[in-house]
Design a protein around this ligand. Structure first.
Ligand code: GDP
Length: 591
């Protein structure tokens, strides 16, 4: 047991953590940097990172996550006004592979999914809408573990109801249990669809019994629980309408509402680039109404909605709460999971972006990276790191599932996954020996680590990681691979200027004036001085004036005065060009 237990929230700023740990900020920043994280005092790091850092520092402190009431991800609460209107429920359909999730969605949606390519836009969006008795239901599809984990991270707060599909001839399986966990952590209501009822081998009673073991107890008279279970056949369509009615009934008890007289907000649920169309972005509206022509900001990019399409690619006049929509018009691709906000004018949108970027630049400009560190990073050979694993699982089926999912982790060629061996059964001394001479991680899924083997593993310093939930194993593998990536140095030029006058040149300062020839000039960013192609030196802009008034930023076409902090004398002359840029250490992530 650690001597001291510290309770911290989901994330904490570097400054706060340093204080809590009684460490200097520099020590902490240094340790983070060693782990590939370039963070400044005010940046937040998540609980997991904090835990790793504390471990690496060898502190006798244990971190404990502060649990919020009700546990699980907090719903993004929008204060509702009296004018709030009913909104469609957002339903995630989940289940074990081959239990008929896709077939059930097809049965619910009819031809609509197949028609998804209408309008020339390839639909990758995994959100659909159907109508039952004049009411809309939004369905989120979660194919594969990747999407499952992603939904868990970003979409949990949006999910009202989880439909758990269980095949009546196969019963509860590992991913069924994962789906139950997801629903609970998302505080979503559960409806069970017992599928494949047309099969002779269907045994709904057995399924209910197995679910009861997971504390999911049917609300029928015999079981007396509170979870609605509907027997369906995706193949014949039997029970599908009843399932939708049940979903609506469950949703009604939740009184799902949203405001529409407010600026639209929601979540980016899909984004990709398309030739001829630019960024194509899938959104799920939480509140307000999207219309073509509106300006949207997501993360640090923005755009004017050029086309607004429904999930099937049909043009929409507007998209209200709970509606999945596909839009074009973004300048760049936003990130999956970014929130978006609507602005009436381009100016407001740009102001918001400028503020977001400025915030990023501030953080970047003050990043505590020494020149030597930077040089090391810049000259580092970019050899692709290897991630070696040995995989053990309880049965062949789950082994296949783990192996397939591991291989699906998209590394973009940045990390090589080497499977040293994979087999069924508990972890053995042989596995440890196999791993011993390498930096190999042993993953065990639903298997045990016998005490004698554990002792050997400790002696050999072999890492054995045991999991009972597949996506937790995958998350860990992905995190481990990301940890192998060295951070990248990214320079972003924000503007250029031509020097029109030099007022004072000191050893470590230049005061001059000029005209912004492109982009913008922001106080605080880095500056490169060029005479033709010759680099005169680098500096930092410490103050900026427009028409003799101190300004934070000055745009293309403007004249401005400025002061540069230089390391050595920088003999600027009229006609020299200044390039303004930020330099950032970016932790690389697997796409
Ligand atoms: P998913 O992996 O959960 O998306 O499962 P799929 O929808 O791909 O279905 C897996 C297999 O089960 C396919 O061969 C389907 O044709 C079959 N299947 C799905 N639903 C039913 C059903 O209600 N009855 C029968 N007999 N087969 C089904």
């Amino acid at each position: 047991m650690a001597e001291k237990v510290l309770t911290i929230a989901d994330s904490i700023t570097v400054g706060e953590l340093a204080e809590a740990l009684n460490l200097s900020v520099t020590t902490l920043v240094g340790e983070l940097f060693k782990n590939g994280i370039a963070a400044t005092i005010n940046q937040r790091i998540d609980f997991e990172t904090a835990t790793i850092i504390v471990e690496e520092l060898g502190l006798d402190v244990e971190l404990e996550k502060k649990t919020t009431e009700g546990a699980g991800p907090e719903r993004r609460v929008h204060e509702l006004t009296d004018k709030a209107v009913d909104r469609p429920p957002i339903v995630a359909v989940m289940g074990h592979v081959d239990h008929g999730k896709t077939s059930l969605l097809d049965a619910i949606l009819g031809q609509k999914v197949v028609d998804g390519e209408a309008g020339g836009i390839t639909q990758h969006i995994s959100a659909y809408q159907t109508i039952r008795k004049g009411r809309s239901i939004t369905l989120l599809d979660t194919p594969g573990h990747e999407a499952f984990a992603a939904l868990r991270q970003h979409g949990a707060a949006l999910t009202d109801v989880v439909v758990i599909v269980v095949a009546a001839d196969d019963g509860v399986k590992p991913q069924t249990v994962e789906a139950i966990r997801f629903a609970r952590s998302a505080n979503a209501k559960i409806v069970v669809a017992i599928n494949k009822m047309d099969k002779e081998t269907a045994n709904p009673g057995l399924v209910k019994g197995q679910l009861a073991e997971q504390q999911i107890v049917s609300d029928d008279k015999q079981w007396g629980g509170d979870i609605p279970m509907v027997e369906v056949s995706a193949k014949t369509g039997a029970g599908v309408d009843e399932l939708l009615d049940t979903v609506l009934l469950v949703a009604d008890l939740e009184e799902l509402k949203a405001d529409i007289d407010v600026p639209a907000e929601g979540l980016v649920i899909e984004a990709h680039m398309e030739v001829g169309r630019g960024p194509v972005v899938g959104l799920l509206v939480e509140q307000g109404i999207l219309k073509p022509g509106s300006f949207l900001v997501a993360g640090t990019t923005y755009g004017k909605i050029r086309t607004l399409l429904d999930f099937a690619g049909k043009p929409l006049k507007e998209a209200g709460p709970s509606t999945p929509a596909t839009i074009t018009g973004f300048k760049e691709i936003p990130q999956f999971g970014d929130s978006f906000e609507l602005f009436k004018t381009e100016k407001e949108a740009r102001t918001r972006i400028a503020a977001a970027k400025l915030e990023n630049e501030r953080n970047a400009a003050s990043t505590n990276v020494t020149g030597a560190d930077m040089l090391k990073l810049m000259t580092q050979k970019s050899e692709t790191p290897d991630f070696n694993v040995i995989v053990k699982a309880d049965v062949q089926g789950s082994l296949t599932s783990v192996m397939d999912s591991l291989r699906l982790i998209e590394t973009g060629g940045q990390v090589n996954l080497h499977v040293i061996s994979s087999s069924v059964g508990n972890i053995t001394e042989n596995d440890i020996r196999l791993a011993a001479d390498d930096k190999t991680v042993i993953y065990g899924f639903n298997v045990d680590l016998p005490p004698a083997v554990k002792r050997l593993a400790t002696r050999e310093r072999t890492e054995v990681r045991l999991y009972r939930v597949i996506y937790e194993l995958l998350d860990n593998a992905k995190d481990s691979m990301e940890a192998l990536l060295a951070p990248e140095v990214v320079e972003t030029v924000s503007g250029t200027l031509t020097v029109k006058g030099v007022f004072r040149t000191l050893k470590d300062q230049v005061i001059a004036g000029g005209e912004v020839t492109s982009g913008k000039v922001t106080s605080g960013v880095l500056v490169r001085a060029l005479r033709g192609d010759e680099l005169l030196g680098e500096a930092e802009i410490t103050s900026l004036q427009r028409e003799k008034v101190e300004s934070k930023e000055v745009f293309e076409g403007d004249l401005c005065g400025f002061s540069l902090k230089t390391k050595r004398k920088l003999p600027l002359e009229i006609g020299d060009k200044l390039e303004f840029f930020t330099r950032e250490l970016v932790t690389r992530t697997l796409k």
